[in-house]
Ligand binder design. Structure first.
Ligand SMILES: Nc1ncnc2c1ncn2[C@@H]1O[C@H](COP(=O)(O)OP(=O)(O)O)[C@@H](O)[C@H]1O
Ligand SMILES: [Mg+2]
Length: 361
């Protein structure tokens, strides 16, 4: 999948910009605070419906403007698609000119993998960051998963609200059943994702680290069959009920799960060196690319925000060797000549105060 064109209006510090992207590596170079990350953020918005930097989409509208819009045109094996996100009084999304009624319809139209300095810390970050990584990848692969997760989160919010009002046991049981049913789907899908991701990540990591064995697993309610997980979740909810009542919050379920990340038996989340954690993060991201390709039929678009300069030479080389296989959009403040040479053919743009200009060579 490749992005052919990005058009943004009144988005962050851009009044208006229209960019024709190249098929391979696209470089956006500019000083700090010129709008490089804003560009990737707008692409990610059209891809997964939200910004990686804020949950308040009102912040994305250019100061003083009333509404913003982002349009991304992609070409995939299936043909061309166009996504437009309009931000004004409300957020609305159009796919090929038609407004969608459910966010799930956006999932998978523009597939992206995002790699930022924040993501480089994913291994040592809180479980929430690793769940988010898992969920966003899965939502792009499966609308069914997106809807399951939405239903689960809604039921969870309802149960938590109910807990504040001293509910009867039978009132809680109604929500427990809902939670266990949707939670089982979420848990099972995530566990299978972790298993598939692990196979790709292991090979990538071995090469990257000179022989270390990375193992990724899912930490959550056990069980193979849906009914098994559902029963186990139901039992956990019952066991946790008194505590849940006391704190007015649900203590068990997939909202507490995590990905385990080990190397040669050591838990990298707590005991990994910074170098090991970074290598594992890079392996996870590259594995995500391979998994999405394997299951979606083609590579997603890789968005690299300012990470090249954060990697040492070995990790940089591994990344560069990989990005040649797909469309990559890279932002950086500068790029050493030798790195540029190793990348080879690039389409280059200059970013300055919300203006983007293609560099002609
Ligand atoms: N809603 C907004 N309207 C106008 N400018 C904004 C808005 N949000 C952020 N900015 C500006 O965008 C710039 C940051 O852009 P960013 O893409 O993060 O820079 P960088 O090139 O360093 O990645 C800052 O100058 C900031 O003031
Ligand atoms: Mg930036």
């Amino acid at each position: 999948m490749v992005i052919q064109r990005l058009k943004i209006i009144d988005y962050r510090n851009y009044a208006s910009a229209e960019i024709q992207l190249g098929r391979g590596v696209n470089l956006f170079i500019g000083d700090n605070a010129q709008g490089k990350t804003n560009l990737l953020e707008s692409i990610r918005l059209a891809s997964v419906g939200r910004s990686a930097r804020t949950t308040r989409w009102q912040e994305l509208i250019r100061w003083g403007a009333k509404q913003a819009s982002v349009t991304v045109r992609v070409r995939s094996e299936a043909g061309s698609d166009e996504v437009t996100v309009r931000l004004g009084q409300t957020k609305s999304v159009l796919v090929n000119g038609f407004p969608i009624s459910r966010m799930g319809e956006l999932m998978g139209v523009v597939k992206t993998v995002l790699f930022t300095p924040d993501e480089l810390r994913i291994v040592k970050e809180s479980p929430g960051e690793r769940r988010r990584f898992t969920d966003i990848a899965l939502c792009q692969l499966s609308r069914g998963y997106f809807y399951s997760l939405t239903r689960y989160n809604r039921a969870l919010a309802q149960r938590n609200k109910l807990l504040k009002g001293n509910p009867t046991d039978s009132e809680l049981t109604v929500w427990d059943m809902q939670l266990a049913k949707e939670g089982a789907r979420v848990t099972r899908t995530r566990r299978k994702f972790a298993e598939r991701l692990a196979t790709f990540a292991e090979g990538i990591h071995r090469e990257l680290s000179g022989g270390e064995t990375l193992s990724i697993g899912y930490e959550g309610c056990e069980g193979e069959e849906l009914s098994e997980i559902e029963d186990a979740l139901m039992a956990e909810l019952e066991k946790s009920r008194a505590r849940d009542r006391q704190f007015s919050v649900t203590h068990v379920g997939p909202q507490r799960d995590d990905l385990s990340i080990r190397s040669d038996g050591i838990d990298l989340r707590t005991y990994g060196s910074q170098g090991q954690q970074r290598s594992a993060a890079l392996s996870l991201k590259l594995a995500e690319m391979e998994l999405l390709k394997n299951e979606g039929g083609e590579y997603p678009i890789l968005l690299l925000d300012d990470v090249l300069s954060e990697l040492d030479e070995k990790r940089q080389s591994k990344l560069i060797e990989n990005i040649k296989a797909y469309q990559t959009i890279i932002t950086c403040t500068h790029l050493p000549e030798d790195v540029r040479e190793r990348i080879g053919d690039v389409t280059e743009f200059r970013v300055q105060s919300g203006n983007v200009n293609k560099k002609e060579n």
